[in-house]
Design a binder for this molecule. Structure first.
Ligand code: ARG
Length: 593
């Protein structure tokens, strides 16, 4: 239990003893140091409820707290605020508890859930855009935090490997290699195991074909639609060719995600939901939930009929397209079928879709459809949207030549600049080349990820690699460096056979550090509750800053006896918590640099 919870319970029971709600005892960190460590404002509401004077009520509560060994000072201020200052003993005891706890104070959920985190969402052959990068970074952190809090979590890449793009690629490959055995409708297999296409082929062909679709090349569009329907219908040659698309794309994606430190538990694709589509459509038909819309089958998902701009009336959101007029499954169809699939295979209590805010309407349609069909209640499906990472022009980040971001290029660029940054600062100079490369990669990825995670996910931010890579300020490299510095102090202490000892508190910077470390549990709970990794990012940064102030004001190795042993123990606790926090954000700290 953290100090805030402990105090809230203590004061809550005093309120309860006065026949007032225990929640009034809730304390929060004080806004200013002169107000003490914590504040309780419950006397104001309590006085209103019991028609007494708030200052009087606060004074009565303060009187009951008098003599509490955990509190050095209790003051009534203003109209009835309670300002609470913890005793040094209470702070030292709490620090000792955190130091003994392998979780450094982070609690676990009392009611663990089964949670699906649908994130990443890369597509076959299509280059990833910044939305995919942010989804990977934010989703990975959410996955780790839910898991750390004791939930059973399945992180699923939900690979975009089905639908129109696949038919389009088949046609594009066919134009280039018309004699390909996979295209011969009379051939019955077996098909060669070697791939007739490389990732390079796909990356070259896809943008060209998709450009022609955008330019309304009707012949191509028709051919691609037909190929899509045939692929989904199970045409053997198409299926065999498509498996190669999947395989070559996935190899490259796994490599890039590996460097980013993103680990999916499941690499299910949209295609894996395919076996669930026909029975689902039959079920929806049988229950009369589908309607005709110009030859297509749709499910109405509106809550209300609303007036429209042109004066007519219509649904508040358009229906979800389930089967296209060509008989193909659409993006929404696979999402709905995936809900059915996950229900049968994973039985999640909660599914989080970590996807670009621009897909909000899509998810609203899918979630409403799932609810209407009785597959999953609306509240168990959540779209965790986010803003974009923008370039200097304020538009979603593009490469210098205006192209779409390729994750592998971005990673290479970040790593290269991280190397340059290390060289410029002389850091990691003495390390062997291999370790140096690893450090550069860790610094680069921390820069990229922390720059993302420190903002509330809904906020868009500007890509500015120079700033991200700075060792000063609120950055990933600053955090890693802070941890490396502590590790080096601990190593030096070990070399000199100096042991950590009992924690005692005497300096303001020690108090501040302990109070900050004690916020770990509530940062975790808040970040999970709000699905907001930035709350954990803020906590980790606050810990690094508090340690830095502590280190400036409270020499560790240069002090002596019990003071040195106590400060060393605080440093050890700080490093332990930083490492846990880094892991929750997906950052990796070097041993040294
Ligand atoms: N592949 C999709 C895209 O690139 C993202 C998938 C998101 N997840 C989902 N269940 N729809 O836009």
């Amino acid at each position: 239990m953290d100090l805030a919870a402990h105090l809230s319970a203590r004061i809550g029971s005093i309120f309860a003893g006065l026949d007032l709600p225990a929640e009034l005892g809730r304390v929060a960190r004080a806004q200013k140091p002169e107000f003490g460590h914590y504040q309780c404002n419950g006397a104001m509401a309590g006085a209103k409820a019991s028609s007494t004077n708030p200052r009087e009520l606060a004074t009565r509560i303060a009187a009951r707290l008098a003599g509490d060994p955990d509190l050095a000072r209790v003051e009534v201020a203003g109209p009835g605020f309670l300002n609470l200052t913890l005793s040094d003993e209470a702070l030292a005891q709490q620090a000792a508890r955190l130091a003994d706890d392998p979780r450094a104070g982070a609690g676990q959920s009392a009611s663990p859930l089964t949670v699906v985190v649908d994130y990443g969402g890369p597509n076959v052959a299509k280059p990833m855009h910044v939305g995919h990068l942010r989804s990977a970074i934010i989703g990975e952190s959410l996955k780790r935090m839910f898991r750390f809090a004791g939930h059973t979590v399945h992180g699923d890449a939900h690979f975009g490997d089905w639908g129109f793009q696949m038919g389009l690629l088949i046609v594009a490959v066919g134009e280039e290699q018309p004699d390909l055995i996979h295209l011969d409708p009379d051939f019955t297999g077996p098909y060669p195991s070697e791939s007739p296409i490389t990732l390079g082929d796909l990356e070259r062909l896809y943008p060209l074909a998709s450009g022609r679709v955008k330019a309304k090349d009707q012949a191509l569009i028709d051919a691609a639609r037909k190929a899509t329907a045939e692929l989904q219908g199970g045409r053997a040659g198409y299926v065999a060719l498509w498996r190669h698309f999947q395989a070559v794309s996935r190899v490259a994606l796994e490599r890039d995600y590996g460097v980013l430190g993103v680990q999916f538990d499941l690499w299910n694709g949209e295609s894996d939901a395919d076996p669930f589509i026909a029975p689902m459509v039959a079920d929806l038909e049988a229950r009369g939930l589908l309607a005709d819309d110009a030859g297509a089958r749709v499910i109405f998902v509106h809550d209300r009929i609303v007036p429209k701009k042109d004066g007519s009336e219509g649904p508040d959101i358009p229906p979800l397209l389930v089967v296209s007029s060509e008989g193909s499954a659409m993006y929404g169809t696979t999402d709905l079928a995936t809900i059915v699939q996950r229900k049968q295979t994973l039985a999640p209590d909660l599914s989080l879709y970590v996807v670009d805010q621009r897909q909000a309407d899509h998810f609203e349609q899918v979630f409403r459809a799932a609810d209407k069909a009785g597959y999953m209640p609306r509240g168990s499906l959540e779209h965790i949207g986010f803003g974009t990472m923008n370039g200097k022009d304020g538009k979603p980040f593009k490469t210098r030549d205006g192209g779409v971001l390729k994750l592998s290029d971005l990673i290479a660029m970040v790593q290269e600049q991280a190397q340059a940054k290390l060289a410029e600062t002389g850091m990691a100079d003495s390390l062997p080349p291999e370790e140096r490369d690893l450090v550069a990669s860790q610094v680069g990825m921390a820069a990229l990820k922390f720059a993302d995670l420190q903002n509330f996910r809904g906020t868009s931010y500007q890509f500015d690699l120079d700033r991200f890579l700075s060792f000063e300020g609120k950055t990933g490299p600053y955090l890693l460096y802070a941890a490396v510095r502590i590790a080096s102090i601990l190593r030096k202490a070990a070399d000199q056979e100096i042991e950590p000892g009992d924690i005692a508190v005497a300096e303001q910077a020690e108090r501040d550090l302990i109070l900050t470390l004690d916020g770990f549990d509530s940062a975790l709970a808040g970040a999970i509750d709000k699905r907001a990794p930035h709350l954990m990012a803020e906590h980790v940064y606050a810990v690094a800053s508090a340690f830095s102030a502590f280190y400036t004001q409270c020499p560790i190795l240069a002090s002596n006896g019990p003071v040195r042993a106590s400060r060393l123990a605080l440093a050890g606790l700080t490093l332990k918590q930083l490492h846990l926090g880094f892991d929750l954000l997906g950052l990796q700290a070097p041993q040294r640099m």
